[in-house]
Every structure is written in structure tokens, then in C-alpha cells.
Design a protein around this ligand. Sequence first.
Ligand SMILES: CC(C)(COP(=O)(O)OP(=O)(O)OC[C@H]1O[C@@H](n2cnc3c(N)ncnc32)[C@H](O)[C@@H]1OP(=O)(O)O)[C@@H](O)C(=O)NCCC(=O)NCCS
Length: 172
Amino acid sequence: MVILETERLLFRAHETEDLEAYCAMETDPEVRRYVGGAPRPRDVAEKRFHDEMAANACNRLGLWAMVYKPEGSYIGRSGVYPDIDQDGKEIAGHGKLSFFIAPGYWGRGLATEAGRAFVRYGFVELQLKRIGATVQVGNAASVRVLEKLGFTLLRTETGEHRSFYHFELLPS
Ligand SMILES: CC(C)(COP(=O)(O)OP(=O)(O)OC[C@H]1O[C@@H](n2cnc3c(N)ncnc32)[C@H](O)[C@@H]1OP(=O)(O)O)[C@@H](O)C(=O)NCCC(=O)NCCS
């Protein structure tokens, strides 16, 4: 089932046939550079796919498979997932935006296109009151996408090994 469509992209639940493309991304050091730091071993990526992506298929707050319409190919995932408080409890009315795109498709405005669609989906369809985003310091492309979408930098969390920017967007 297609939940969202843009000019070049469509979003649907993950399917078994997405496994190879999903694992190719999760085992790629370039993709993982600012999200976890190290590539995932193949078996870990596979388990994650089965546990989290396929099982999450019916949750409207989650990450969706991203299909590049001109080629009909799986090129990543995006969506608004639940935001949690310090005790790990979901915060009602809050979501967090995320996007992962295969390197061959970087620099074509696709994360911005996906992000714009999910911001609208989050505020209009899901009636969220706030959408946040967390980005590792150094991930300039991701920061730029959030800037283009109108997100505001709230604070910088400085860690021993990695630091993170926390962004937010409120309904207009
Ligand atoms: C971050 C990511 C989603 C961006 O996807 P994308 O489709 O290339 O993004 P877009 O093309 O929509 O926009 C990228 C913007 O960043 C800019 N950019 C790219 N690399 C940059 C860099 N090193 N420094 C500054 N700006 C940069 C681009 O020029 C573009 O801005 P512009 O439209 O003003 O020219 C993609 O690189 C990715 O999936 N990375 C791996 C996973 C990841 O880090 N996800 C984000 C987790 S927070």
C-alpha cells in the first residue's frame, strides 16, 4: 500500500524484496558515517530489517520504504518516527523526521522532497504538534536538508566522541 507519493518518490511498507538494497545501505561505511559511525555487519543488518522494518509495516509513525519512481527501485527509507522522553516513553503529538538515501541518489534533492512530504504528513495526517530531528555534528548534507525544510536549531549536545544537533519544526 502506497502511503505517500511525491513527484519522483513513493512510500510504502517494506517488503521482503527490499532486503538486499536495505542491507547494501546498512553495510556501507558512507551511509553509516554519521548514523552510528560504523557499517553494520550483514547479519545484524538482516536481523534489523526483519525485526524493525518488516514488523513495523502497519505503524503509521515509522520509517517507510522509499521507491524512486522513474526506475521503480528501492533507494532508502524516510518517515516520522515516535519521539521518546528521558524514560523511554513515547511523547504524544511529537514525532522525529529521518531519511536514509542510497549514495548513488545523493545530491538530487530527494531527501528534501521526502522530508517535505513527511513534514506535511506528520502535521496534517498525524496531527502532530511538533516534529524534531537529531543530526550528528558534521553531517552537513542532513543539516542543509533540515534548513531547507524550515527546521530551527534548538541546541547542540556535546558528547565525548560525537556531538548532536537537535532541531525542531512546529506547524505553520
Ligand atoms: C543526508 C542525506 C539524507 C541527504 O540526502 P540528499 O538526497 O543528498 O539531500 P538533498 O539532495 O535533498 O539535499 C542535500 C543538500 O546538502 C548539500 N550538501 C551536500 N553535501 C554537503 C556538504 N558536505 N556540505 C554542505 N552542504 C552539503 C547539498 O548541496 C544540498 O543542498 P542544496 O540543495 O542547497 O544544494 C543523505 O546524504 C544520506 O542518506 N546520508 C546517509 C544517512 C544519513 O546521514 N541520514 C541522515 C540522518 S540525520
